[in-house]
Design a protein around this ligand. Sequence first.
Ligand code: DGT
Ligand code: CA
Ligand code: CA
Ligand code: ZN
Length: 610
Amino acid sequence: MTKNEIAAVLEEIGLLLELEGENPFKTRAYQNGARALEAMEGDEFSARVAAGTLGELKGFGEALVDKITKLHAASEPAGLEFYAKLRARIPDGVIALLEVPGLGPKKIKALREQLGVESPEQLEAACKAGRVAGLAGFGEKTQAKLLEGLANRAAYGKRHLWWDAAAVAGPIVAGLRALPQVRRAEAAGSLRRGVETVGDLDFIVAADVGEAGAVTAITEWFCTQAGVKEVTARGETKASVRFASGLQADLRIVPEEQFAFALHHFTGSKDHNVAMRQRALARGLSLSEWGLVPEAGEGTAKEKAERGLSLRAETEAELFAHLGMDFVPPELREAMGEIEAAALARETTKDQARGPGARALLPRLIEPGDLRGAFHNHTTESDGRNTLSEMVAAASALGWAYLGIADHSKASFQARGLDEARLAAQVAAVRKLNASGQAGLRVFAGVECDILPDGRLDYDDATFAALGLDYVVVSVHSAMTQGEEEMTRRIIRAIEHPRATMLGHATGRILLRREGYKVDLAKVIDAAIANRVIIELNAHPNRLDLDWRWWRRAAERGLMCAINPDAHDAEGLAHVAEGVRVARKGWLEPEQVLNTRDVAGVERWFAERR
Ligand code: DGT
Ligand code: CA
Ligand code: CA
Ligand code: ZN
């Protein structure tokens, strides 16, 4: 296992021991060990494990070193017997309680000992019976909060992060395509549309359905692939399975001539499909998963398609063309104007599109290759797991022209935020690196500056003036439960600060875990446009904040976007791809995203802001 994987296991051991009521010194030793590992250079770690000198470091006692060494040699956490036994002693329901917002190990221990609560279901019953409020350290308010947390957890539990769903879907598409009976295979549904969370996976396969055994072989492969926990439905040309994570997947097999229609239908969205069917009807055609057939005449759409009455479409582009439209990228199929735009695009010459009274055509969507860098990234100076030079090397390996470093400010003490002196030292280190020519790219010196509860920034004006930062990301990390008016005023005050370059994670939401703070986003967007402040599209897979539903209108009105990975380690930089996907859902074109510009273009933007 790698250094960072081992750190995660140590962190979990600390948590599990705390659940068991182990003494705080012992549990903290694991948590501190995890922190120390995260902060250590990868090379130093490997060298010390190999030489057996990890124990020379402060805080690494004999027991801890022993466990780290065993984990290092193992391929999974269970390779450490101590961990496997500890995990086996604690019921799954109790582990699940850790996911309930507002519950930590101490509270869970109290609930277990005093009420016998050992699962989220039992907790819900206890809350509803009013028994939780009576416990010392709980109270009515906590009980109500827990009920709310349980309700959220139930709703969230049915969906999965796009990132996680994509990791499952990729090998399935590859596996299907490798089968000799399969002509074409694609993932459809919300995954293909790039929605931030996915309910279930949908796979469409083209095969020779007439050929004996072909269809059976495909469904058989699908139902017996690795990781399938349960086959929930199985028919001739359809099957549904469930994986251990709870994620479900549907498979549909169609004859090749239906493939484009089925792919379009099962890609959705439902609202897009409804509008497409109306457009077809206006032309005397009936659009369905089976084909595009004349509305007139005897029989259902399916029967007509089977009688060979459907217009032919090898690809979705041909399907759209039959309805007088340009190809609509899957990300845009949300019934947010894409049908009108794609139809106009078909009818309009390029000159008309540019001339006076130009109409909204389909956007020239941003692509992953358009990005030349990113601005919101952390290093070991605050809560990142890789050093400045490691982050720079990783950005360079991605072919980036620049990397912005924005570590936390001093108010984020839990993330080891930088005080004035440490920030000055970091800026100096960045300048030196740039001057040395060793970086292979331009490093921009920034900071992720806390927006204090009253809307002031975490450094005073004299500090900003002295530091000479290239840019400032302003973010909320505290007092997140303020009311909407207060939070809106707070964020706008920060946006109006002359040093603010961009707003980080605009709502603070954590997908499937925590709602964003209450804030009037329309007002925040107006303020950002008026002050020429960028709003970030935080590309971390569980943030994707500001949400794509806001971007089209905001960008049309002049809001500039920056796609930022909020990377806390070198691998995290690659998350910008997530951000690009979501930016596409927001209709964003390269010109509307600052980090598609070259170094000079970015410098110009920063200079004009200051
Ligand atoms: P999900 O799975 O909840 O993340 O969202 P989707 O969009 O993947 O929905 P899903 O899996 O229920 O169905 C896949 C697509 O199939 C959906 O986007 C549109 C199409 N579809 C399913 N049921 C209907 C329906 O009743 N009417 C229409 N027009 N389309 C449907
Ligand atoms: Ca789906
Ligand atoms: Ca489905
Ligand atoms: Zn942040």
